[in-house]
Design a protein around this ligand. Structure first.
Ligand SMILES: C[S@@+](CC[C@H](N)C(=O)[O-])C[C@H]1O[C@@H](n2cnc3c(N)ncnc32)[C@H](O)[C@@H]1O
Length: 196
């Protein structure tokens, strides 16, 4: 997955999240509804949000009753996420680099119900998907939300090419795909059952 190098450094994201006007875009209720509907997310399930940024999606999952740990390698993002969502309080936010750091202790093999990657998989090393498979339990879900580069109309081209989105389905027991907008610019791959 190729993205410009600058996006692959935590310093870049620290600068983004240090801006005084840095804020998260509100999450459309339809996105949360479809997530809950398609994943059968249920209270008490263990969920991990990868590359959480300012933590809004992690918070949404927590409001559904999931027990969420949210990681990002930008310490600025994590600090701000903790402040922004202090009142909500239920999410654990941790600094972690999925490409470079030792695996966090809570990510024991076969223990996680849902792993979400919202607009982040294209920034990670390809081996991340193999790591995620190991952490999931046998019916666990990897939930990938991404822009599709060929379909993005703003010309930035940040996202995953259609071929790589399709390739994600390989080797999972079940998969399902749905779009979050009428043009299919933002798509979701829901991958269930890490071991065939
Ligand atoms: C486009 S932002 C998406 C943020 C959030 N998931 C959202 O939906 O708003 C990508 C995020 O991935 C994080 N990230 C990129 N590479 C990472 C890595 N190797 N480990 C942890 N986080 C990473 C960045 O710091 C940034 O917060």
């Amino acid at each position: 997955m190729t993205v410009p190098l600058k996006y692959r450094k935590s310093a870049f994201w620290d600068a983004v999240y240090s801006a005084s006007d840095a804020s998260f875009l509100p999450i459309d209720p339809g996105e949360t509804f479809r997530f809950q509907d398609r994943t059968d997310a249920a209270p008490g399930q263990i969920a991990v949000d990868v590359g959480t940024g300012l933590g809004e999606w992690a918070c949404q999952m927590s409001r559904l009753g999931l027990a969420v740990t949210a990681y990002d390698y930008s310490s600025v993002a994590i600090e701000r996420a903790r402040q922004l969502h202090a009142q909500h309080g239920a999410v654990t936010y941790e600094v972690h680099d999925f490409d470079a750091d030792p695996i966090p202790r809570p990510l024991q093999p076969g223990t996680v119900g849902i792993i979400t990657c919202r607009h982040v998989l294209n920034f990670l090393e390809p081996r991340f998907v193999a790591d995620a498979r190991r952490w999931l339990h046998k019916d666990g879900i990897l939930h990938v939300t991404t822009a599709v580069t060929q379909r993005i109309r703003d010309g930035r081209g940040i996202g995953m090419p259609e071929e790589e989105v399709r390739e994600l389905a390989r080797g999972w027991r079940e998969w399902e795909r749905y779009d979050l907008d009428p043009h299919g610019e933002i798509t979701v791959m829901l991958l269930r059952g890490p071991y065939i």
